[in-house]
Design a protein around this ligand. Sequence first.
Ligand code: ATP
Ligand code: MG
Length: 137
Amino acid sequence: VERTLSIIKPDAVEKNRTGAILAHLEEAGFKILALRRTHLTRAEAEGFYAVHKARPFFGELVEFMTRSPVVIAVLEREDAVNAYRKVMGATDPAKADAGTLRKLFGSSVGENAVHGSDSLENAKIEISYYFPGSLVS
Ligand code: ATP
Ligand code: MG
């Protein structure tokens, strides 16, 4: 089995969709190994999305991710990284398949409800970033 990192973003937490998203994930076979609600600092958001630093939307992304609390989860399932990317759907909710989290709960490419690690390597880095200690398998 594999582990991946999920972040329920400020837009979805503000709309009280945290429970609905976690229920959807459990229905899809993910075990929730760790769960934490936190208000990201600017430094945390900038560090987390450092790969996008040069992109035109970086400032907007950091503003959005720090405007109110997020809920961060470690998920476990067979093929977790790819399976969770499929459950999330395309970055832009308008292009996401029916039934995906971003289609169901996202509202725009900026405010798209959830984050997911994009590779097993990054999943390990992201899990240790938010849950330092013994959770990286
Ligand atoms: P995430 O990393 O959040 O799981 P992703 O891997 O689908 O999303 P990335 O290309 O890594 O997409 O972009 C990171 C985040 O930056 C997106 O989730 C989105 O919130 C934001 N973003 C991406 N492209 C745009 C854009 N053109 N305009 C505004 N925000 C964008
Ligand atoms: Mg990404």
